[in-house]
Design a protein around this ligand. Structure first.
Ligand SMILES: [Zn+2]
Length: 296
């Protein structure tokens, strides 16, 4: 994360997600993975700063705070921290560089040691094979052992991941394998939520126990099944990745079986799930495609 991005539409989704996680009772730590831009990058800011009204309605107060930060003279990570968006969160905003990375990481572990869930906010996401650990680009990535160090202290992780241009099936398969490898057996579950507007942003949560797992799921669903999902700003991302066998698209609704609860009826009415009836059989379908209605 860099100061010059503070308050953009990416932060809008990111902070909404962290607010939802905090509402579930998880204490939150934020490691911004703060970096300074390379010189040529700094010249080319994109100017798309303000949050469009059709999304701002999801959380007008948050949108107002971010718009005032992004249009101010002092656009910065510090301004985000001081805007009282996550009142009880702990922040780690020391700048990281290739040379000080090990010490930087140790300090982050210490500063954020008392929280349930640590959000890691690199520019790009988890380290990929094509990027060397000592290269200038490496500061835009989280190293797998950094994830492990938090999990090993019984802290769950939320990781920002920029979606690359690979086919989604391949991208998700690779991410999932890499995250499992990074967790070295410490992951209770891995869940994901996607924010598809503009450049696609994915968030992967690695929980360390069933309590965190349930709270993370509730937080993801509260966004995806609430106004954020209704406005098309985010959606749950099934893992492993699934796509429709008929049309190849990946906007899928889960088919829920059994006597529906009041909550399930409401989800069905709002188009988030499909009710499959009371009886589930061996070959009952799990998904309905939103594009072609195929069930599989
Ligand atoms: Zn389909």
């Amino acid at each position: 994360m860099q100061d010059r991005y503070a308050g953009d539409i990416g932060d809008f989704g990111k902070l909404a997600l962290l607010k939802a996680l905090a509402r579930e009772g998880l204490s939150i730590g934020v490691n911004w993975y703060k970096t300074a831009p390379a010189e040529k990058e700094a010249l080319n800011a994109d100017g798309k700063f303000l949050i469009p009204e059709r999304f701002a309605v999801c959380d007008p107060e948050l949108a107002g705070k971010l718009n005032s930060i992004s249009s101010s003279e002092r656009r910065s990570i510090a301004a985000l921290e001081n805007a009282n968006i996550l009142p009880d969160a702990f922040y780690y905003s020391t700048q990281m560089a290739v040379e000080n990375r090990r010490e930087w990481h140790q300090e982050a572990l210490n500063k954020l040691s008392n929280v349930d869930l640590v959000f890691l906010d690199p520019d790009n996401g988890l380290l990929v094979k094509s990027v060397g650990r000592k290269s200038a680009k490496s500061i835009k990535y989280v190293f797998p052992e950094e994830i492990f160090d938090y999990l090993n202290k019984n802290q769950s992780i939320l990781l920002y991941q920029h979606r690359c241009r690979k086919k989604p099936a391949l991208y998700f398969d690779e991410r999932l394998q890499s995250l499992k490898a990074a967790a070295r057996g410490k992951a209770w579950s891995i869940q994901a939520i996607a924010f598809p507007k503009g450049s696609i942003r994915d968030y992967f949560a690695i929980s360390v126990n069933p309590d965190h797992d349930a709270k993370i799921r509730n937080a993801f669903e509260s966004l995806a099944y609430g106004i954020w999902g209704d406005q098309g700003f985010c959606r749950l991302q099934p893992l492993p990745y699934v796509q429709c066998p008929s049309c190849g698209r990946d906007r899928l609704k889960p088919i829920v079986y059994g006597m529906p609860s009041a909550a399930a009826l409401e989800l069905e009415q709002n188009g988030h799930i499909v009710l499959g009836g009371c009886c589930i059989e061996e070959h009952s379908p799990n998904w309905q495609c939103s594009s072609c209605s195929c069930k599989f």
